[in-house]
Design a protein around this ligand. Structure first.
Ligand SMILES: [Zn+2]
Length: 203
């Protein structure tokens, strides 16, 4: 039986998005034009103190990259979601999200006030009555952050093509919080932020 679509929305480049995905539902994130970075955080919808944990996820699966079969763990070691489909094959766990501070350090003082993922997150958590301390290390879907031989991280050109998607099944009621990255100063989104599509289906 075909799973019933219950939500389908285009999210413009550079804006925040949040929504609860119920246990058993799937969420698909489509990189409509390719090479976009989709900065994403997950919380237990019923207890925001429980949230996606990069370190627990990396340790348990023995890899720093996320793809089909990856179980995204919480800080309480519970499975929050599992990646059930992935046409891109490369999603970053380490790069974090851009901010006024990182814009300044990386690109110069004149870039401080350029729009950032942290601004998007702060806007969203204000509406959600959450706290800045809730903003922890996020996943960057479709962002290409290889580790060089000497251990350094690089943020390089994306490898996702238009229409590539990642789909996850929720193991608990999950609040999904996305910043569709507005960054214009590094190749995380090809210097050209583009829209994504969010599709949620019933079990
Ligand atoms: Zn960003």
């Amino acid at each position: 039986m075909e799973a019933k679509e219950i939500f389908n929305e285009r999210v413009s480049s550079g804006v925040p998005f949040y929504r609860v995905v119920k246990k058993g539902q799937t969420i698909r994130i489509v990189d409509l034009e390719g090479c976009q970075a989709v900065d994403t955080l997950f919380y237990n919808a019923n207890d925001h103190e429980e949230r996606y944990s990069a370190s627990d996820t990396v340790r348990e699966q023995g890899s720093i990259f996320i793809t089909t079969g990856t179980k995204l763990l919480s800080n309480d070691d519970n499975v929050m979601l599992e990646v059930v489909a992935d046409t891109c094959g490369n999603h970053d766990t380490l790069g974090g999200h851009c901010s006024a501070e990182s814009n300044t350090v990386r690109f110069g003082h004149d870039k401080k006030y350029m729009h950032s993922c942290r601004d998007n997150y702060l806007l969203a958590i204000g509406e959600l009555e959450m706290h800045p301390r809730d903003l922890t290390n996020n996943i960057n879907f479709f962002m290409n952050v290889p580790v060089e031989e000497d251990g350094h991280l690089a943020i390089v050109d994306g490898i996702s093509k238009g229409g590539d998607y990642v789909e996850m099944k929720a193991y608990m009621d999950v609040l999904v919080l996305i910043s569709n990255c507005p960054q214009l100063n590094n190749p995380c989104n090809g210097f050209n932020p583009t829209p994504i599509q969010i599709i949620i289906k019933e079990a």
